[in-house]
Design a protein around this ligand. Structure first.
Ligand code: SF4
Length: 100
């Protein structure tokens, strides 16, 4: 909907452009308060951030959704996490548990 804001580069400053709801949402799309409830409660939110914002859109409720690729994102991040953990030696893993 960027193109439906009736703003253009000749008449709108960048700062004013960021004040439109759709651009404000885009810029702050990784903020937790701009996420759906499912993402706000997600244990991997800090890594995923709700995914790519266009993948959250639904005509019924806008961007108030998890990514359409949510289950794939969980699989991907879990795979990466497990791969990294398997490469750490036991002392490094113990340090990580201590930091939790
Ligand atoms: S899109 Fe899915 S994996 Fe990503 S933060 Fe939201 S609920 Fe979690």
């Amino acid at each position: 909907s960027f193109t439906k804001t009736n703003r253009n580069i000749n008449q709108t400053s960048f700062i004013d452009a960021t004040k439109t709801p759709i651009i404000d949402l885009y810029i702050h799309s990784k903020n937790k308060d701009k996420q759906c409830v499912q993402c706000q409660k997600c244990p991997i939110f800090e890594i995923c951030g709700g995914g790519f914002i266009p993948h959250r859109y639904h005509s019924g409720n806008g961007f108030d959704n998890p990514s359409i690729y949510c289950s794939d994102l969980i699989k991907l991040f879990s795979y990466i996490q497990n791969t990294l953990l398997n490469q750490l030696d036991i002392k490094e893993k113990e340090k990580m548990e201590y930091l939790d």
